[in-house]
Ligand binder design. Structure first.
Ligand code: GLC
Length: 450
């Protein structure tokens, strides 16, 4: 007797969907597995962000298309003019390395939708501009050759794609629901979701080992977009399966999933303390610009000084975090002189002081920073680093540490710093410092602990 099939194929498929069997299973890890996967990154502490795209031509912020509410047609001239004739990615990579940066993240696609790589899924890409070459490929090869870990920034927003629906962050944003409905008729986010996946697959397949992917960004709510719009879980799962070691930021709108992100990304702010989620300290990286804009902005003048930038780096490490410092190259393909000067100044400091950055973290509990100083600590070497933001006059007191100290020196020249217990407490040390500040932007004391 023939038995009747219990389920037809379409029924099975729909059952799989409704029972959740089709749901994404993001790889789970223990805290120590995650820490191990991210170790190179937490040790590195310092990376370079590069915002480069068509917006380098108008040179007035990477959101220019949005700010000036330009249509695709109005923006098209930048595509037609894109030709960074002076670009030498090896030069960029050398500057990043000399500044002490250990990894790099380039905008493979920013919100404008222009692709710096030779994607099969769009014509809106570098290879179709007068420049004619795959920028991502050249970038990856050059930075890798200098020993930096390579990453991509990929914008979830897309102000060019015909299926991307107009939302509150779009250049063509509207006021009324009916206007949104009218403009979005015929736009199909299902197709756009496929497009993102196809492109991320290309980026994570065609360019060798990719260490970081920076998805940007989500803004859930009315006329906004969040994880359902991007299909974040499946996108992330795909990224992790293509590059198992990859480190991922937290802007896919998967904050409530422990496995939905690797690090938090406080942007253009200094955190007050090591960020925590559910009472647990989490890996974090602050991204910062030299001035107010990510993309090259010719007429923007709020550039931070080398000392301020170094302070940002040291401060991040002093709270257990990383700094991703951005360069917005020009449309000729160079870092402008303001950026070069700052990278050089950072490099001059890092050359002699990077021991207080790499592999370092927050100082152990109970050790307090004297006024105008920032502390970092290398737990493996058991060395405490005291960064003197304002150079003291002749002496510095370290409280409550006398029983722990073995030796103290300046980091930049390994010259001994002599010290004695204070009259009030044997456990407080008075360090005697030379009157003249050492010839480094921010002097560092290296304290060897027992
Ligand atoms: C924001 C901006 C963007 C920039 C990014 C860097 O999300 O939209 O222009 O790329 O921050 O973190």
């Amino acid at each position: 007797m023939k038995t009747k099939a219990l389920f037809t194929v379409p029924l099975l498929v729909s059952l799989l969907f409704t029972t959740g069997l089709s749901q994404t299973q993001l790889p789970k890890e223990t805290d120590s597995q995650k820490a191990e996967r991210m170790k190179w990154w937490t040790d590195a502490r310092f990376g370079m962000f590069i915002h480069w795209g068509l917006y380098a031509l108008p040179a007035r912020h990477e959101w220019v298309k949005n700010a000036e509410r330009m249509t695709n047609e109005q923006y098209q001239k930048y595509f037609e003019m894109f030709n960074p004739d002076m670009w030498d990615p090896h030069e960029w990579a050398k500057m990043a390395k000399a500044a002490g940066m250990k990894y790099v993240v380039l905008t493979a696609k920013h919100h404008e939708g222009f692709c710096m790589f030779d994607s099969k899924f769009t014509d809106y890409k570098a290879t179709n501009t007068p420049y004619g070459k795959d920028i991502v490929k050249e970038y990856v090869e050059a930075f890798r050759a200098e020993g930096l870990k390579v990453g991509f920034y990929y914008s979830l927003l897309d102000w060019h794609h015909p299926d991307y629906t107009i939302d509150s962050n779009h250049p063509l944003r509207q006021i009324s629901d009916s206007a949104y409905a009218r403009l979005n008729k015929g736009r199909d986010m299902t197709k756009y979701r496929e497009y993102i996946k196809n492109q991320v697959r290309e980026l994570l397949t065609n360019y060798g080992e990719i260490s970081i992917i920076w998805f940007d960004f989500s803004f859930p709510g009315k006329h906004g977009k969040g994880h359902d719009d991007w299909d974040s879980e499946n996108l992330l799962q795909m990224a992790r399966s293509l590059q198992p070691g990859i480190i991922v930021d937290d802007r896919l709108d998967l904050d409530n999933l422990e496995e939905g992100w690797d690090f938090t990304t406080p942007e253009q702010v200094q955190v007050v303390k090591w960020p925590e989620v559910n009472g647990k300290r989490v890996p974090w990286e602050t991204c910062q610009t030299f001035s107010g804009s990510w993309g090259y902005y010719r007429d923007e003048y709020t550039w931070k000084s080398p000392a301020q930038l170094l302070e940002l780096l040291i401060e991040s490490v002093s709270k257990g975090g990383n700094l991703l410092l951005n360069v917005g190259p020009t449309a000729r393909g160079v870092f402008d002189s303001r950026a070069q000067d700052r990278l050089k100044a950072i490099g001059d400091w890092m050359k002699f002081n990077n021991r207080s950055i790499y592999g370092c973290t927050e100082a152990p509990e109970g050790i307090t920073a004297p006024v105008n100083t920032l502390l970092t600590y290398n737990p493996v070497a058991k060395r405490l680093y005291i960064h003197l933001l304002a150079y003291p006059l002749g002496s510095l007191t370290l409280s409550n540490i006398g029983d722990k100290v073995k030796y103290i020196q300046f980091l930049n020249d390994a010259s001994e710093i002599r010290y004695r217990p204070s009259d009030e407490s044997k456990n407080d040390l008075i360090l005697s410092l030379p009157v003249q500040k050492p010839q480094v932007e921010i002097p560092v004391l290296e304290v060897f602990l027992k």
